[in-house]
Design a protein around this ligand. Structure first.
Ligand SMILES: [Zn+2]
Length: 218
């Protein structure tokens, strides 16, 4: 998870959100289990704006998502606060696993967890990594709850992060071999290629930022 800057509300939501909400609340009154229409809150332009905010990554786990993989997540669950179903600030882009398997608000409330769209706090102050394994930084309780809520320590993510680390290590090893052979230091372009793994558009960039800071760019 990294901090994300929220973009302006898409026009389709600004123009229709209130009407969609009114209709949804009416339907919910007559049938309490009624779900909102995902074609409305998941409208293509809403989805594309969220994708632009996160460089096509899950807001929580930083997995890169193909267009068929992304889901719209309600940060405050619909069951918890139906009034926020079509509120722009409550719509997040998520992978299927972070969305569907997150721990309910009744057990781990979002207000005790990191919020990627709250730019006043940096997730890197609360989350760190040992290789591919995510950990709360300095025992941070907000970091611990965030990992638990979205299951950021699940096996699938460990596997994907390991693959990325291997790719990174292959690059670094290759560059160091070239430097040794040629009796020189890394040049600027090579340093940039290494540092690019920590840029916001890269998958699992927080893990690489932690790694780069600790190992490569002390
Ligand atoms: Zn995710």
């Amino acid at each position: 998870m990294i901090a994300l800057q929220r973009l302006a509300e898409p026009a389709v939501l600004a123009e229709n959100g209130e009407r969609w909400l009114e209709r949804f609340l009416e339907q919910r009154n007559s049938s309490p289990g009624h779900r909102p229409d995902s074609r409305q809150y998941g409208h293509r332009t809403i989805r594309n704006t969220l994708r632009a905010m996160s460089f096509g990554k899950c807001f929580y786990c930083e997995r890169k998502l193909s267009e068929s993989e992304d889901e719209i997540d309600h940060f405050i669950e619909v069951a918890e606060s139906p009034e926020q179903t079509f509120r722009w600030e409550n719509l997040y882009l998520s992978c299927r696993d972070c969305n569907r398997h997150k721990t309910p608000n009744s057990r781990i409330p979002v207000n005790g967890c990191l919020n990627p769209c709250d730019t006043t706090g940096d997730p890197s102050e609360h989350l760190t990594f040992a290789e591919e394994i995510i950990r709360p930084r300095h025992g941070s309780s907000i970091g611990t709850r965030t990992i638990q809520k979205y299951r950021l320590d699940r096996d699938q993510l460990n596997y994907l992060r390991t693959k990325q680390l291997q790719q990174f290590e292959r690059l670094v090893r290759g560059l160091h071999i070239a430097c040794t052979r040629e009796g020189r230091q890394l040049n600027e372009a090579e340093k940039e290629a290494i540092a690019s793994f920590g840029e916001a558009d890269r998958e699992f960039s927080l893990m690489f930022r932690t790694y780069l800071t600790a190992v490569y760019l002390p």
